[in-house]
Write a protein that binds this ligand. Structure first.
Ligand code: PLP
Length: 434
């Protein structure tokens, strides 16, 4: 068991049993079936409060990057708590609106916005497009003119700063597909200033995800301030800065700075550079939700072989892809306390050798036991698929006492596994292409 299970806000072990707030996790597994994502309302609040302490007394704003987890119940929580949303697709736009957001609460990131995406965002009066290339800027201008609107834009700059994270989630190096080359940024703004459908609003960066050091953020921010200075010299004034997301969390033994520390460090740098009054947007995803969620899975079989011990569970890479995609290590804890741990590869039923949740971990478990994978609230369910025609996990948001346990809007619909798959697809199309 990871040393800090009880240090996870919203989760605890009591008399040998694991709890999410006041609910016994094993009982939740029985009631809703596994695989099951369980989120703690208290943990979401704790994570958000940390960001809010950072921005208190400033004109900065948090835009939750919903790609980390776009469950509608969570989105409603964030909207009700005053955050905006960072989106990357038309489907996410629909979800943000369904959660109650207004266009001005939304910033739109991503390298591949289609004409339809842009049109839908303009019609929703989007707060800002974060533009990532010249052809995208031109396309936004064209669609804005067709729609007889002005599109507010920021240019996403690629500051060529090493975020010191996994290469698949590093986005601010010049060989990444993201952002506009640092040296071409001022020229792009000058072009934007001549386009009749474009209103220059801010400047944007996002250098990667699961960043556990402060220094890359501050270094990248410093480089952005150089551009803001250069723009001002060219008569181009901005109404906000957007420093993206990327703050890491503790999965095992990482020691990332707190959100409050990060915000204050960046704000200090802004003040030093003479931009104390310019609002700063932050787009955190993972740091708001990762530690607020766990994935419950039931042990199906133990399969010791001469080479390895395999523990076969009912969650698979289609439910949680992070371990195989990013070599992510996420602790697995047995809801039933047992001794006599052994070394196991914990694998799912999907027909891929890469289908594993953990490799060579010490665990004591028997068939029928329910395991909890911690830190599963971010990039878990939102990256889930129906691969192997498997159904999707249900999701439960727990708030306080058993009586207040709320099923999320989506999991409410999903009675059986087959139905879950079916309805998810229907819901997906309903939501994204009404
Ligand atoms: N903003 C943008 C543009 C992103 O691409 C991402 C994630 O990749 C985020 C924000 C959120 O990052 P994180 O979940 O690491 O905070």
């Amino acid at each position: 068991m990871p040393k800090d299970f009880s240090a996870l806000s919203g989760f605890s072990r009591r008399d040998g049993a694991l709890y999410c707030e006041e609910l016994n996790l094993r009982e939740l597994a029985q009631r809703f079936g596994t695989p099951l994502y369980v989120y703690s309302h208290q943990a979401l609040k704790t994570a958000l409060e940390n960001w809010m302490r950072g921005i208190a007394g400033t004109n900065h704003r948090v835009f939750y990057a919903m790609k980390a987890n776009s469950n509608l119940a969570l989105l409603k929580f964030f909207h009700d708590s005053g955050t905006g949303f960072d989106i990357v697709s038309r489907g996410e736009l629909q979800r943000a609106l369904m959660a109650g957001a207004k266009g001005n609460d939304i910033v739109y990131s991503g390298v591949g916005k289609s004409r339809e995406d842009i049109r839908a965002a303009l019609r929703a009066d989007i707060g800002c497009f974060n533009v990532e290339s010249i052809p995208e800027l031109d396309r936004i201008n064209e669609v804005a003119l067709e729609e007889k609107r002005m599109a507010p834009v920021s240019v996403r700059v690629n500051p060529d700063v090493d975020a010191k994270t996994h290469p698949y989630i590093s986005t601010g190096l010049k060989n990444n597909k993201f952002g506009v080359s640092y040296d071409q940024t001022v020229a792009l703004y000058q072009r934007a200033a001549t386009l009749p459908g474009i209103r220059i609003s801010g400047i944007d960066m996002h250098i990667g995800s699961q960043i556990t050091e402060l220094e890359p953020f501050v270094h990248a921010a410093d480089k952005i301030f150089d551009i803001v200075d250069a723009l001002a010299q060219n008569g181009i004034m901005l109404d906000h800065l957007d420093f993206g997301g990327g703050l890491g969390v503790r999965y095992t033994d990482e020691t990332p700075p707190s959100a409050e520390t990060l915000v204050k460090a960046v704000s200090r740098k802004a003040a030093e550079r003479g931009f104390a009054d310019l609002p700063i947007y932050f787009e955190p995803g993972r740091s708001l939700v990762a530690r607020a969620g766990i994935l419950l899975t039931t042990v199906e079989y133990l399969k010791p072989t001469e080479a390895k011990n395999f523990m076969i569970v009912d969650a698979a890479m289609n439910d949680m892809v992070r371990p195989t995609l990013y070599q992510a290590q996420m602790p697995l804890v047995n809801c039933t306390q047992r001794d006599a741990a052994n070394l196991w590869d914990v694998v799912g039923p999907v027909c891929e050798t890469g289908d594993f949740l953990a490799r060579s971990i010490e665990l004591a478990a028997q068939p029928g036991d329910v395991l909890a994978m911690t830190g599963a609230g971010a990039y878990g369910m939102s990256m889930a698929s129906n691969y192997n025609s498997r159904g999707r996990a249900a999701e439960v948001l727990v708030s306080g006492s058993p009586a207040a346990a709320k099923r999320s809007k989506i999991s409410w619909l999903w009675k059986t596994r087959f139905l879950r798959t079916h309805l998810f697809n229907k819901q997906f199309f309903d939501v994204h292409f009404p």
